[in-house]
Design a binder for this molecule. Sequence first.
Ligand SMILES: O=C(O)c1cccc(C(=O)CC[C@H]2O[C@@H](n3cnc4c(=O)[nH]cnc43)[C@H](O)[C@@H]2O)c1
Length: 250
Amino acid sequence: MTNITGPDSDHPSTLVVVTATVMEMRAVFAHWDGEIPEELGWVERRESWGSLVLLVCGVGPVNAGISLGHLLGGLPGPVGVLNLGVAGAFCLETLPLGKAVLVDEEIWPEYGLLTASGIDPKGIGLSLGKAEEYPVWDRLKLEPEVDAENMKLDVAGLSKVSSLTVSGVSGTAERAEELRTRYAADVENMEGFALAWACRRFKAPFVQVRTISNLVGSRDAKHWDLPGAKRRLAEITRVIFQRIDMECRQ
Ligand SMILES: O=C(O)c1cccc(C(=O)CC[C@H]2O[C@@H](n3cnc4c(=O)[nH]cnc43)[C@H](O)[C@@H]2O)c1
């Protein structure tokens, strides 16, 4: 069990904000005071609208699934999950450094049977489980606008993208091109699929917003701007929370 109080009659819902790293959590809450969790830790804040839990889930899908699954398993009452962080873009002309995006599809391109002709998500015949009666293989369709509405988050105007979640970050232009052409994906990250799947399993709404920190597959400094992506994270967080904040002031 977690040591999180969760909702009560004064605070009837819980919003979990999850980042992979402490660095991203500090960026997200750059303009806010209060405690930031350590790596693989969480802190709870009581807000006027409910319980706000900040979770640093750790890098990669294994950490993400364990951390969020553990938390959701111990939380009573209605809960929504907002994943904020940085991501690589497959094309900087379409998604320039610093741009904020809203993920409406998560793909796990490392799941299945890997042969010389590539990966077959159904190749071992075992799905990850079922969602709404259908087996889940390597893809999860998300409904970020519906879920954001349920969580009273403001995501209007953000570009919607398809995202790949990987354990092995694409380290060459060739690997990036192989993934981009196979999946027609827009961005690459390391936690999104696992977080989305945990939310599907626990029937929690899920919203993922990322800002672009780099070109996928490039190690060239001109294709990276982590400080800019972090600044944009802080800005977009204020926008995402403006509706909750305004409604609570009324
Ligand atoms: O030094 C590196 O090569 C490196 C590559 C990716 C990310 C980092 C970070 O320090 C941030 C960790 C966090 O960022 C997400 N992310 C950002 N860009 C990518 C990418 O091109 N491919 C996959 N993930 C990316 C990821 O979710 C990490 O948790 C350093």
